[in-house]
Design a protein around this ligand. Sequence first.
Ligand code: GUN
Length: 286
Amino acid sequence: MTVLINGKLISQQVIDETAKEVSTFVEDFGLAPGLAVVLVGEDPASQVYVRNKVKRAEEVGIRSLEYKLPATSSQEALDDLIQTLNADSTVHGILVQLPLPDHLNEEAVLLAIDPAKDVDGFHPLNVGALACGDASLVPCTPMGCMIMLAHVHPDLSGKQAVVIGRSNIVGKPMAALLLQANCTVTVVHSRTKNIESICSQADIVVAAIGRPEMVKASWIKPGATVIDVGINAIERDGKRKLVGDVDFADVEPVASAITPVPGGVGPMTIACLMKNTLQAAKNQVL
Ligand code: GUN
């Protein structure tokens, strides 16, 4: 029987634990952790993500501030807002929702955020700390994947892990975390040759490529664990549907454990953002 790794359930556990710790934090320090979420423009998917982040923050007792800037905002206007948030001691976490409109320099924006408030873990200083194995703020989606993996593999030591995709947001930090957990890690991507045969040797496959249902049963070693980071909107039989990067119906019978889409990695990302905001607040007040 294949285990379905239930992201809804596991994320709720993370949320509940965080809420408890947030209330202790409020008792100890007399203020709630504060999270500023910045959205530039009106990308519909980003609007949904930001709304969910703000809603979850309120649920766990984190004070959330939402900043909506027009799509035409200048680099300077965005930088001014970040500097104001950096200087505000009631704001412990700053998140700028990506992607930004094309005319804005993403790298400069991420660099402007105070690394201590960088709850996404995207600032080069935090990226470097992760590479060194001593990060305090780890990117939320890979952190969520690691928590899910811990539910089926309490010890990952010596496992062969293949990460499909090399993005800064998921693929690269995911590889760093698996390496830190003593996995033997291979990162495959769009230019990799024999991707299917490399994947089929893995005990753990993490798919983060953004291509609907690309990973098939023939890519998966029988008994492997499959984590599907993809969220792709497709149309099937005239209906809009969300699917992952893994062909779930094909792969599920082969895997020993697999995450569904939706209800897998998705809810974990936001739960881990709450965890990071609390962590950032603790780092700043202690
Ligand atoms: N866009 C897609 N994923 C993310 C994320 O984890 N953080 C931010 N800030 N933007 C994103």
